[in-house]
Design a protein around this ligand. Sequence first.
Ligand SMILES: O=C(O)CCC(=O)C(=O)O
Ligand SMILES: [Fe+2]
Length: 357
Amino acid sequence: MAGNYEDRDTLFNFVVKEGNGVKGLIDSGMSCVPQPFVQPLSERIATPNGQTCEAVQPIDLSQLDGPGHKEVAKQIVEAAETLGFFQVVNHGVSEELLELLKTSAHEFFEQPPENKAVYLKEVSPSKLVKYGTSFVPEKEKAIEWKDYVSMLYTNDHEALQHWPEQCREVALDFLKSSMAMVKKVVEILMEDVGVILEEERMNRLMGTKMVNMNYYPTCPSPELTIGVGRHSDMGMLTVLLQDGIGGLYVKLDNGEWAEIPPINGALVINVGDTLQILSNGKYKSAEHRVRTTNIGSRVSVPIFTAPNPSEKIGPLPEVVERDGVARYKEVLFQDYMSNFFSQPHDGKKSLDFARAD
Ligand SMILES: O=C(O)CCC(=O)C(=O)O
Ligand SMILES: [Fe+2]
């Protein structure tokens, strides 16, 4: 039982430390949002505000290697320079696999809490797998309404051995069937800033790969909570599968928020901080967040790609020469990552770590 929800410590232990998750709270019969999840007014997302990025058509990648390459490349570059988010279709991942991924995410989170709690950071049998709730719950003013499992990729063998049984095969299939496409997108973005990355450097810049499964339980008062707070992703590119529920919002230049609407069969791609740094600010790691809902539990499956921890990242020399100024300093990716994971989400503040003095 969840015990006294009004007592922060009891609730925190039940949800976070014992690994019952937000899902466990809902399953215990809780019908109103406990205080530790109530966001300050400034972070709440009042109601779906109706504004969507619907005008932006998904980019059709079927011509990526064909005569339409130039046009596709132009659309990708333009999206990465402006919104930092776009959707793609004909991406090479089968619709069947996309469906299986959503089903497996539900299967994983719908297990009894004790089966998931084995993957809590402190006790996980594998350093590749981590299950938890919220981002850094110990440090957040309000806990995010989200449970997740992260699966770090080292090689196929270890993935199939250590990743949770319910999702190992589909998550690995997703990673493998999307990675060629992701690399091509990175190549296109690099080419537009006059950089041809040699294969080795590309592999180092894309050397960290992680598949997450996010579960946002249905929420009795969505206007009080958030699924994920305002943040940008730290890596190169993120590829995300979302289900049909919706709730992913991206911040526009004018400060307003627009929804990335679910499109059946499409994948969402967004630029991360690393790509913003490498491109000296040409490409935008868009600030985004997730609204909760009371119409059902939402799942999403992002793949994060990022440099090897030992890689130094900074604006690429070709770009600095063109711009005449380096807007970021060179940092060790390991340090960037440690800083990123040490603080609650706070918009694009993560980039300050690499900002040139
Ligand atoms: O669930 C989503 O749509 C987005 C999740 C997200 O932004 C993240 O995991 O970094
Ligand atoms: Fe994100």
